[in-house]
Design a protein around this ligand. Structure first.
Ligand SMILES: CC(C)(COP(=O)(O)OP(=O)(O)OC[C@H]1O[C@@H](n2cnc3c(N)ncnc32)[C@H](O)[C@@H]1OP(=O)(O)O)[C@@H](O)C(=O)NCCC(=O)NCCS
Length: 180
């Protein structure tokens, strides 16, 4: 359930970081506590679904994080539903670090990860539609993603009043080793 509570601030770092202090990377087990703290702060605010350290640990290669020192200040992950479909999920940038381009960099890296796996379609369910449009996503119907609707939406108490919009981005691949 994602009910939005704007009053809760997500301040995992006190001051706005400089771009040169931020490192974009894949998380390791050493980052788990800081990463889960960030996600669950946003979950309390109603922006993201909560995650446990164990569930994140199982999917570490699917994540991209931004760090300042040992503190995770931004994150995002890919959830692969099939060889042809993945969801951009758990995307968050700490309040003090928003507007620095980190959200864009995380989505761009997730797209690279998806392209390496030759996944042609990425989607997200989101309230920040304009952000995703700037990343090249377009609005679509969430019913196009039945696995998502079955896994998450059908268990949500506000499914009939959902305020999230489905957005999608498609890639095309040229076959490798194609005879010329
Ligand atoms: C949405 C979010 C990830 C954006 O991260 P960010 O690092 O602040 O975004 P960026 O600085 O990379 O912005 C990239 C572009 O998107 C635009 N943008 C960012 N947030 C936006 C918003 N809420 N609405 C409209 N446009 C937005 C920026 O203006 C920028 O545009 P530009 O390139 O024309 O200047 C961040 O605000 C956030 O974590 N929000 C709360 C959690 C959340 O809602 N996550 C999404 C779950 S699907």
């Amino acid at each position: 359930m994602l009910i939005k509570l704007d009053a809760i601030e997500v301040d995992v770092i006190a001051e706005r970081p400089s771009a040169e202090d931020v490192v974009l990377t894949k998380p390791t087990e050493a980052d788990l506590d800081s990463l889960v703290t960030l996600i669950n702060a946003y979950a309390k605010r109603g922006d993201l679904l909560p995650r446990t350290a164990d569930s994140v640990k199982e999917s570490l290669p699917d994540w991209v994080i931004a760090k300042v020192g040992d503190t995770v200040i931004a994150c995002g992950s890919l959830l692969r539903y099939s060889p042809v479909l993945a969801e951009v999920r758990s995307l968050a940038v700490a309040d003090t670090a928003q507007g620095l381009g980190l959200g864009r960099q995380i989505v761009a890296q997730l797209e690279i990860d998806a392209q390496k796996q030759k996944i042609p379609t990425l989607f997200a369910l989101t309230r920040v539609v304009q952000f995703f449009e700037k990343m090249g996503f377009t609005i679509t119907e969430k019913e196009y993603f039945p696995q998502k609707v079955w896994n998450d939406c059908n268990h949500c108490p506000i499914q009939d009043n959902c305020d999230e919009t489905a957005v999608v981005k498609k890639f095309s691949y040229q076959e490798e080793n194609k005879e010329k």
